[in-house]
Design a protein around this ligand. Structure first.
Ligand SMILES: Nc1ncnc2c1ncn2[C@@H]1O[C@H](COP(=O)(O)OP(=O)(O)OP(=O)(O)O)[C@@H](O)[C@H]1O
Ligand SMILES: [Mg+2]
Length: 233
């Protein structure tokens, strides 16, 4: 867990500006700051590219905060562990995910953005819509309400969606590790999750960049670099 900067920082930041209750809005992002989320089904290749992305900004002297969801703070990591290992009903799952997200936003993401840091987040709210919504069939309107309540308007500035056929992702996962509770789901579950991501991307085309994650690592890296270059990042 220590590889996530957010875990190390929690407790030392975030005590002031944003912890003003559920209606508190996001703080203003400082100069140079941006919030980038990386999305896609399990085994899509997201984590494989985070180091290189982080280095892109670090080499220019900018602070980079690498973090992930669910998780990113001590409390949220405990909640993550429960989510990945315990069976629970879909509403419980959604509430726990958003409770973890609230802590993560207040303790890590908002303070980092206010400092002008680049926040690289391995999954964010789009994953909740894709997994709990499209994957498990949970009411999207309830998720949208929770999103509004918990995030108070904060969204990533850019979302990389690593898209690939679920069968290919399953092959990569099988080669890499033992499955957790979500990864044990059948390919048709991941097909629904993929469709959930597609709908989110369709609804916010200016925020999303669809990455063809079925290609080689080098080709994926080139797509990421091209998308950032277009934005002058
Ligand atoms: N473009 C690629 N081509 C082939 N294999 C890849 C590619 N990208 C990543 N992999 C391999 O696929 C596996 C999954 O990659 P990675 O852990 O980066 O995926 P992930 O999207 O972060 O998964 P998770 O959502 O479960 O964290 C790893 O074994 C990785 O080495
Ligand atoms: Mg990963």
């Amino acid at each position: 867990m220590s590889r996530f900067v957010g875990v190390e920082q929690a407790g030392s930041v975030g005590d002031g500006d944003v912890d003003g209750g559920a209606s508190a809005g996001p703080v203003v992002t400082g100069p140079g700051g941006c919030f980038i989320s990386i999305e896609g089904i399990d085994g899509a290749g997201k984590t494989s590219h985070v180091d290189a992305l982080a280095e892109r900004w670090r080499s220019r002297g900018l602070e980079v905060v690498r973090t992930r969801e669910p998780g990113g703070t001590p409390l949220a990591e405990v909640l993550r562990e429960q989510l990945l290992t315990r069976e629970m009903d879909a509403l419980s799952e959604a509430l726990i995910v958003f409770a973890a997200r609230r802590d993560h936003l207040v303790q890590v993401i908002e303070p980092a953005l206010a400092r002008g840091a680049v926040v690289l987040c391995d999954r964010f709210t789009d994953a909740t819509f894709a997994y709990q919504g499209a994957g498990r069939g949970f009411d999207l309107n309830v998720l949208a309400q929770l999103e509004t309540w918990v995030q108070a308007g904060r969204q990533p500035d850019l979302t990389f969606w690593f898209d690939l056929p679920p069968e290919l992702a399953a092959q990569r996962r099988a080669a890499a590790r033992d499955p957790d509770r979500f990864e044990q789901q059948a390919v048709d579950f991941f097909a629904r999750v993929r469709e959930g991501y597609r709908l989110r991307a369709q609804a916010e085309p200016q925020r999303f960049v669809c990455i063809d994650a079925a290609l080689s690592r080098d080709d994926v890296a080139a797509q990421l670099a091209a998308a950032l270059q277009v934005r002058g990042w």
